[in-house]
Design a protein around this ligand. Sequence first.
Ligand SMILES: Cc1cc2nc3c(=O)[nH]c(=O)nc-3n(C[C@H](O)[C@H](O)[C@H](O)COP(=O)(O)OP(=O)(O)OC[C@H]3O[C@@H](n4cnc5c(N)ncnc54)[C@H](O)[C@@H]3O)c2cc1C
Length: 396
Amino acid sequence: MRKRIVIVGGGTGGTMLANILARKLHREIINNKVELLMISQTAAHYFKPAFMYVAFNAFFKHELMRAQQSLLRPEIKFIVDKAEGVDFQQRRLFTASGNNYDYDFLVFATGCLPWTEKIPGLAEAGDHFYQYQAARRLAGKLATIEKGRIFITVSFPQTPNVPHQCGIAPIETTLMLDEYLRQRGVRNQIEIIYTYPTISQLLRNCLFLQRPTGEALPEIFAARGIKHQRGFTLNQVDAGRRIAYSAEGDEQPFDILMATPPIRAVEMVRNTGLSDIDNGEGWLPTDPQTLQVYDQQGVYVIGDTVDLPISKAGGSCHNQAPVIADNIVAEMQLGHPVRHYDGKVQAVAQFGLSSGMPLVYDYRHDVVPTPATKLGGMLRNGVNRGLYWAAVRGLI
Ligand SMILES: Cc1cc2nc3c(=O)[nH]c(=O)nc-3n(C[C@H](O)[C@H](O)[C@H](O)COP(=O)(O)OP(=O)(O)OC[C@H]3O[C@@H](n4cnc5c(N)ncnc54)[C@H](O)[C@@H]3O)c2cc1C
């Protein structure tokens, strides 16, 4: 009987996985032994890291999106629809259009969403760069501020060991902000304060979620006149008075509050009830090695929806996709998964507007920070402007 693989979500992880599976199962698909479906709620694919450049007016909208269909191999059947629920017993997915899809294998690749409403006042008074429209609004403010105080906060999910989106993004944008304001000639009149919460994933009271990078930061910030403060866990914002309050009892005024907001899984994933922590975030309980969802037959998860202690980053998807592809093929052929994910994440961090720092880490090893270089900046530019699209096509 024909087997059906359903991938929900056509972002970074889903697209990489679908293309790798299509290549591995090419013969089975054209011989009608396997059907590979991708169901995603939009026909467009966004290169999400570009949103942080949008905040500095450095990326146009047409440069950061492609038609999803154009990124997929022809063996993949692409359907634009919104997944709304799953019957795990019957192995059936329900969508907003009223269609049902029975599956042999189901992969959640649905990403995560900013959850600004979680902190009172943040949605009204805060800004962020984790979605396109929000980044455009922030860009308007950063392009016109002449003097004052830009206060940077980072909020972690409450689920233990789950990080905020793209670990390095708050640092990248802080350094880009400094250089951007210098280019505008207003840096001397604007104070930048970078803060980090007291409890951040595995470390306490630090400046970053991994110790070696956290220890390198004060010197990097000092060289640029960026102030920093540990132990600021944002828990309320007074939109009228423009004051950010912390759980530790501090209060800080701002002209712009540039936040890394709390995040959560999408509604459909939260509604599965599979998350083992009752805080509304909804991360799927994930086997850190096979990337199966615990206790569910034939169900996998990739990317930002996992509950693992690794960065919610495209560089994680890049290493997870081949593991899931091999495990699904092995389940079909041998009846059990065969490959383990080691937690590897690689990326090139943007340091300022034109330098970059390649980084790599996994479950056992932290990032070893190295000096940012122009060559690193060129590599990052290459990722932004072309390599990303080759990576999601499964070509590199
Ligand atoms: C500002 C910013 C900077 C970043 N910088 C970096 C970086 O420098 N390096 C890096 O590696 N990563 C970076 N990331 C993170 C990276 O973009 C994400 O980790 C990556 O996109 C996650 O892939 P994903 O497949 O899990 O989710 P996504 O890429 O978000 O894709 C989710 C897909 O699921 C679809 N979907 C959601 N719900 C449903 C539903 N109910 N039914 C059907 N479809 C649905 C969505 O429409 C979307 O297509 C950054 C992210 C942001 C926002």
